[in-house]
Design a protein around this ligand. Structure first.
Ligand code: NAD
Length: 308
């Protein structure tokens, strides 16, 4: 297959590229490198197993590469939920406008399939936890969540209007090697600056589901290989959750530190945060997927690789 991966130099994208290369795909990565890291895919570039198109999706420097492609994995986005409330314009451009541009380029180049990385934040502050894909009303509480929900709607419309097929994945928190953002990265940075005190956003009781990135890729590819509807929407996460304070405990234990915790207070860490998040993955399991890693185990693996 010829596969396009937007955001392929990013955290999740680079693991997806590893998978696609090992599956024998002809891979083209389109990435502006705004937050991606070339080191993550350097081995594949050196061995000429992939082609890199260094371009912003908001420019017109990449569309020609879609001709002849079988599938687009569209991961490029600004994944910072916190920042989305500070700079909504940036979020709308990088998510909604960029996704519309990808869909238009696919339509013109007759690329029939798209895999899209959405998020648990499309559910907002859900009253049903674990939250199933059928949950309503979808009332996102962050600009990031709203932007992703708009992308899902656009993708659905393009699939039904132009005979395309899509897989939409609503992720829990994805963590692991090469991640440059999120709670573990934040805590390590703070502890390196001051090993005696750790600032924890909120009251530390925010409890969420986490999944190790390679397990996330395994779930994505499992669904892609087992479903064929025009629009296939699946939650991806683990079946348990862990609190922010427990993550801090685990990390400090691994670093051999006993800092004093200083909570900023309140039940959420930032505007657009939710105190509790866990996704119902029954739909994923009904396809025959057997989850192998818990939230706690995912955090343990991510902490170890971040410290290495
Ligand atoms: P990341 O920041 O590591 O990767 C994003 C990549 O996209 C980067 O390489 C960046 O350079 C590139 N990019 C951003 N804007 C671009 C643009 N306009 N044109 C071209 N390239 C651009 O983020 P990630 O954590 O790997 O997230 C990947 C996807 O998964 C995103 O769509 C994100 O919203 C989604 N997601 C991530 C999580 C998570 O926990 N990490 C959870 C839910 C959803």
């Amino acid at each position: 297959m010829r596969s396009i991966v937007t955001g392929g130099a990013g955290f999740i994208g680079s693991h997806l590229v590893d998978y696609l290369v090992s599956a024998g795909d002809d891979v083209i990565v389109i990435d502006s490198l705004i937050s991606g890291d070339l080191n993550s895919i350097q081995d594949h570039l050196d061995s000429k197993r992939i082609t890199l198109v260094s371009a912003d999706l908001l420019s017109d420097l990449w569309q020609e590469h879609l001709f002849g492609a079988d599938r687009v994995y569209h991961l490029a986005a600004d994944p910072d939920v916190r920042e989305s409330s500070v700079s909504p314009d940036k979020q709308l451009n990088n998510t909604i406008i960029a996704t519309h541009r990808v869909l238009e380029a696919m339509r013109k180049a007759s690329v029939p399939e798209i895999v899209f990385t959405s998020t648990s934040t499309v559910y907002g502050e859900a009253s049903i936890i674990p939250t199933p894909e059928s949950y309503t009303p979808m009332e996102p509480v962050s600009v990031y969540g709203a932007s992703k929900l708009a992308c899902e709607a656009l993708i659905s419309a393009y699939c039904h209007s132009f005979s395309m097929r899509s897989w939409i994945f609503r992720f829990a928190n994805i963590i692991g090697a090469r991640s440059g953002h999120g709670v573990i990265t934040d805590f390590i940075r703070k502890l390196k600056a001051n090993p005696h005190e750790l600032e924890i956003l909120g009251d530390g009781k925010q409890t969420k589901s986490y999944l190790e990135v390679r397990e996330c890729i395994r779930a994505i590819m499992f669904v892609v290989h087992h479903t064929q509807d025009p629009v296939n929407t699946y939650n991806i996460g683990s079946e348990d959750w862990i609190s922010v304070t427990e993550i801090a405990d685990l990390l400090c234990q691994e670093m051999g530190l006993s800092p004093k915790y200083r909570y900023t207070g309140g039940s959420r860490g930032w505007v657009g945060d939710v105190p509790k998040m866990q996704l119902d993955i029954s739909r994923l399991k009904s396809l025959g997927f057997i989850p192998e890693i818990s939230s706690r185990e995912s955090v343990r693996i991510a902490v170890k690789s971040a410290l290495e």
